[in-house]
Design a protein around this ligand. Structure first.
Ligand SMILES: Nc1ncnc2c1ncn2[C@@H]1O[C@H](COP(=O)(O)OP(=O)(O)OP(=O)(O)O)[C@@H](O)[C@H]1O
Ligand SMILES: Cc1cn([C@H]2C[C@H](O)[C@@H](COP(=O)(O)O)O2)c(=O)[nH]c1=O
Length: 200
């Protein structure tokens, strides 16, 4: 594979989408492919139905994972193989961090179980930038959004944040952590730096 896969991860309201939009309009990134999970395809739409309802948590994980499989075969792999760098706003790390919380009463080690079902077919990112923030601040930021999901709750996001930090500790070579309770222009400059020095 010739292109590099960069993923942005973090709890709801940590600022990923705002930064993705800024990178997307930066001429330095004009030949990058920008994408996201859940995707905008029909499986992504099914995921959105699940996260706005009381869908069974295992069914929800499998929908997210089906969306990931479609994302990989239809967009991620073709882009990387054609030499394009890809930036994805959320990716497999979201499953490892979020569904390890929703499924904590269903499996003895839910994060490991979820990681295992991705093995053999997923594409592991080359760089993951983790947007780390106190959930209280993040939820406050999301306060006025009309598209709130059932995940935007402080207690739940505290557990998700811990899972993200655990993932970063497990794979320090691949993860770059940025604390995002600061000015958006400074975050953008730091993320730009992280990506350009990684690709250099
Ligand atoms: N550094 C910042 N300072 C203040 N407000 C911010 C900052 N970054 C983002 N915001 C605001 O916080 C809200 C959430 O930001 P954003 O949608 O980028 O987060 P997100 O991580 O993509 O969330 P989600 O994963 O739930 O989509 C938005 O209203 C955005 O304008
Ligand atoms: C990919 C993915 C996402 N989620 C959660 C995280 C958010 O609360 C919603 C949707 O994401 P958005 O960035 O706010 O549009 O879904 C998840 O739980 N598991 C996943 O794999």
């Amino acid at each position: 594979m010739k292109g590099k896969l960069i993923t942005l991860e973090g709890i709801d309201g940590s600022g990923k989408s705002t930064i993705t939009a800024r990178l997307n309009s930066n001429p330095e990134f004009s030949d990058f492919v920008f994408t996201r999970e859940p995707t905008t395809g029909w499986i992504g739409e099914a995921v959105n139905r699940a996260i706005h309802s009381d869908t069974d948590e295992l069914a929800e994980l499998l929908l997210f994972t089906a969306d990931h499989a479609e994302h990989i075969s239809k967009l991620i792999l073709p882009a990387l193989e054609s030499g394009k760098n890809v930036i994805s706003d959320r990716y497999s790390g979201s499953r490892f961090a979020y569904q390890a919380v929703t499924l904590k009463d269903r499996f003895p080690d839910p994060m490991q179980w979820i990681q295992d079902i991705h093995k053999g077919w997923t594409v592991v990112p080359d760089l993951t930038i983790l947007f780390d923030i106190d959930p209280k601040i993040a939820v406050e930021r999301c306060g006025n959004r009309g598209d709130k999901t059932k995940f935007e709750k402080i207690g739940f996001l505290e557990e998700v944040r811990e899972n993200y930090l655990r993932l970063a500790r497990q794979d320090p070579e691949r993860f770059a952590v940025i604390y995002t309770d600061k000015n958006i222009d400074d975050i953008e400059a730091d993320v730009l730096d992280m990506i350009t020095s990684f690709l250099r």
